[in-house]
Design a protein around this ligand. Structure first.
Ligand code: CTP
Length: 406
């Protein structure tokens, strides 16, 4: 049976010549067993008649927000609530901009605002429009919020240009949708707690010690875990990016705050991933008022912070625990030492001195270890891809009922 069987999919169709391909997409999704509800923008109706989509989906097509046919529901909210997935294909530069800005001036944009379902966007536009910095920035904004893209293809465009901007083929979009639903089941029913970002250790009300962590790796893990169906708690120190949607976000400052936030939630969790860069030391004294300069030298006394991961390792019962190790040399030896000391089930090590890895970058190069030693080394890839890969690895092992005590 297809992974799409019985799923409710809202298909948003924007104005563009690629709207004709959306008809094939609608047909394929329906044939695979999905209940497809099509929303067209007014411009889309200039390219393809609504009747085409109505006939293919066997449902009325929604176009006008105020054309309420069923008095018992508000249609854009009803569609937004019922959707298991919203696909926008083709997505125009205009609708992408509207989603990025949170505008709701038609049926499609209001539904996109109202839905909590995952959103897949398949853009189609002229090559220069696709490369326009405004469009690029809007797409980055959406990606940061956890919206996934199905990249357009390269080839002859209807506007006469040859380049990138052609809507992905309907078969490829269906494949991405199938993958989405297959992925979704992997962590359904699991509670995953992820720590991310750097801790902030206060010296006085305006000064602190911290580190270069951007939170990108931990946030990517949280985003992927939500996508895979988990109930995700993200305990975040200082981070440079907005939190992905669908997580329970707990903001913390110091390592001590993080310790409290993690330990109080530990018993309920199935998986703990410690991607945060926790400061090993904090100022011995936290001054209530801003320190005034006086002598030529100032000595700060630092005291050791508790090791959160180590405490998790000591107190865990059934939880699958994943640690991270930031190293600059002897990666394997240090990683295995941390894994054993902190009783992790998996340890993800990265050489933070390598180009394309570590703090602040969008990519990472990691190697993974378990109690028996080396598991695998991943080549340089985007932090989102690393996150997805790691969560599949975790889901595989959860499926086998592994924890450090088995
Ligand atoms: N960690 C933690 N609490 C700390 C320090 C680290 O929970 N006080 C966790 C990190 O979140 C990470 C792992 O321990 O998952 C390893 O962090 P890392 O900074 O690489 O190692 P340290 O234990 O600090 O060891 P060292 O300074 O010797 O490299």
């Amino acid at each position: 049976m297809s992974a799409l069987n019985g799923k409710t999919i809202v298909l948003g169709v924007c104005g563009g010549i690629a709207a004709f391909k959306a008809a094939a997409l609608c047909s394929k999704l329906t044939q695979a067993g999905a209940k497809v509800h099509v929303i067209m923008t007014a411009s889309a109706t200039k390219f393809v008649a609504p009747l085409t989509f109505q006939t293919l989906s066997r449902h009325e097509v929604a176009i006008d927000t105020f054309d309420e046919k069923d008095a018992s529901v508000v249609q854009h909210i009803d569609l937004a609530d019922r959707a298991d997935l919203v696909i926008v294909a083709p997505a125009s530069a205009n609708t992408i901009a509207k989603i990025a800005l949170g505008l709701g001036d038609d049926m499609l944009s209001t539904t996109l605002l109202a839905t909590t379902a995952p959103i897949l966007v398949a853009p189609a536009m002229n090559v220069h429009m696709y490369a326009n910095p405004a469009v690029e920035q809007n797409m980055r904004t959406l990606a940061d919020r956890g919206i996934r893209f199905i990249e357009p293809g390269t080839g002859q465009l209807a506007c006469g240009y040859v380049g990138k901007g052609r809507l992905a083929e309907p078969e490829d979009i269906v494949r991405a949708v199938e993958l989405h639903f297959a992925e979704r089941g992997r962590l359904t029913g699991k509670r995953v707690l992820i720590t991310a970002g750097g801790t902030v250790e206060r010296i006085d009300p305006v000064r602190y010690l911290t580190n270069d962590s951007s939170g990108k790796m931990g946030y990517a893990l949280a985003e992927a875990a939500v996508r895979m169906g988990a109930e995700v708690t993200l305990i975040s120190g200082k981070a440079a990016i907005p939190a992905p949607s669908g997580v329970k976000l707990v903001r913390v400052d110091s390592a001590l705050d993080m310790l409290e936030a993690v330990m109080s939630r530990l018993p309920d969790q199935d998986v703990i991933i410690k991607a945060a860069a926790v400061a090993d030391y904090r100022p011995a004294e936290r001054h209530e008022h801003k320190l005034k300069k006086s002598d030529d030298e100032l000595t700060l006394t630092l005291i050791k912070n508790p090791d959160i991961l180590q405490q998790i390792g000591e107190l865990k019962t059934h939880q699958f625990v994943v640690g991270f190790a930031a190293e600059t040399r002897n990666i394997e030896a240090f990683a295995m030492d941390k894994l054993r000391r902190k009783r992790c089930d998996l340890l993800v090590a990265n050489d933070v001195s390598a180009e394309g890895a570590g703090f602040g970058t969008d990519t990472n190069i990691v190697s993974v270890y378990d109690r028996s030693g080396f598991v695998e080394a991943l080549p340089m890839m985007g932090k989102r891809e690393v996150a997805t890969h790691l969560l599949h690895l975790i889901a595989d092992r959860l499926g086998k009922g592994e924890t450090a005590d088995t």
